[in-house]
Design a protein. Structure first.
Length: 380
């Protein structure tokens, strides 16, 4: 049993492989973990001698930053929980967790192969320190690691042998450093609004945050999720521009929304349409808004695909036609990744009891008011 209250100070070892040398290993065995942890402890002592007051807990697995930067920081929280269960001993006061029969001791500590090709691999660890010493140690970590946190030569040699690669860079960061680095990376690719939402989800999950994408799509974080204005509502709020320009702008908004959706999904932050009254539950990887109920006096609903060069199907409209072929939109669905189109069509055909026949003209079709519409004549 612990006799003192221990606070956790999360840190990370960031590895950047040399160009053309992908990391094929994602974790280390228990014995390897113990060896690595001893080397890391020596490195940290040389950088911040105050770490002697703390217990080092290390998860011997390599993650992408999107896996570490998720609400609640589940990798670090799991690591800390496991470390607190280990009786405080001697042996340099280090506890390391590696694989046994190919598996880490908890699912949260298993890296996903989906992110294995990232340019940087991150090995998470945490320092458990008595509360009365946590402030000073935290301050020293923030100052010393960002200034001179290079990994030691012995640790680098061990890792390069174990991984069978050359490392271009390797250094220790605090979690705050990692957050700052990720912020800069997202800003560099014009995704600063996305980071504003992620930062709220990570650091102030009970607060709300509103922003606007680079192309002007309103976004709002609240209650653990991000709410986005639907692309069709966004289009309807725009003024000016001929049909070609409006269609081009609409495709750009969907492209941007797909970028946001992919990154939010990687960080485990749900994305939905807002306002909620206009949004509906959609198949995985899709967004769906319901606009109107089926009108008995119209033809049976049909499905129409809006397409854009390089993006494929950007939206699927459920439409009914009345006298003169006038199209009336019942719903719009947005597949956010290619494999989501099939489930979206299956959901729509089941909901409306219609044949799974998707009509398309190879372009985005707007109505006379410049809103998302459908041709007056069915296309086959």
């Amino acid at each position: 049993m612990e006799t003192k209250t221990l606070l956790a100070l999360p840190i990370v070892l960031a590895l950047e492989p040399a160009a053309g040398e992908p990391v094929t290993r994602m974790s280390f065995t228990r014995d390897e973990a113990a060896e690595l942890a001893a080397l890391v402890a020596t490195d940290l002592h040389g950088l911040v001698p105050q770490v002697d007051a703390a217990r080092l807990a290390l998860a011997a697995a390599l993650f992408d930053q999107v896996e570490l930067l998720r609400p609640g920081f589940p990798v670090w929280s799991t690591l800390e929980d496991l470390a607190r269960r280990v009786p405080r001993g001697h042996l340099e006061n280090v506890v390391a967790f590696g694989t046994h029969e190919g598996h880490m001791p908890a699912p949260a500590l298993e890296p996903s192969s989906a992110y294995a090709d990232g340019p940087m691999r991150l090995l998470p660890m945490s320092l458990l320190v008595p509360a009365e010493q946590a402030g000073e140690l935290s301050e020293q970590l923030e100052v010393q690691l960002v200034g001179r946190g290079e990994m030691g030569t012995h640790t680098a040699d061990w890792l390069m042998r174990a991984l069978g690669i050359q490392l271009e860079h390797a250094r220790y960061f605090s979690r705050n450093d990692l957050l700052a680095l990720t912020c800069v990376q997202y800003e560099h690719v014009n995704l600063a609004p996305l980071w504003a939402l992620l930062e709220a989800a990570l650091l102030t999950p009970d607060h709300e945050e509103s922003t606007m994408s680079a192309r002007g799509l309103p976004l709002h974080y609240a209650g653990g999720r991000v709410l986005a204005q639907s692309p069709s509502q966004w289009l309807g709020a725009q003024t000016g521009g001929d049909a070609g320009q409006r269609a081009h702008d609409f495709a750009g908004i969907v492209f941007e929304l797909r970028q946001y959706a992919a990154l939010l999904d990687a960080h485990h932050v749900p994305l939905q349409l807002s306002p909620e009254l206009a949004a509906d539950t959609a198949a995985d990887g899709c967004l769906l808004e319901t606009l109107a109920a089926v009108e008995p006096g119209y033809d049976p609903p049909t499905l129409f695909a809006h397409e854009a060069p390089g993006l494929g199907v950007v939206a699927v409209s459920v439409v009914q036609r009345g006298d003169g072929g006038q199209a009336r939109a019942l719903a719009h669905g947005y597949p956010l990744r290619p494999q989501a189109l099939g489930p979206l069509l299956a959901q729509l055909t089941d909901r409306y009891g219609i044949v799974a026949e998707l009509h398309a003209s190879g372009r985005i079709v707007l109505d006379a008011n410049g809103r998302l519409g459908a041709p007056a004549t069915l296309l086959h």
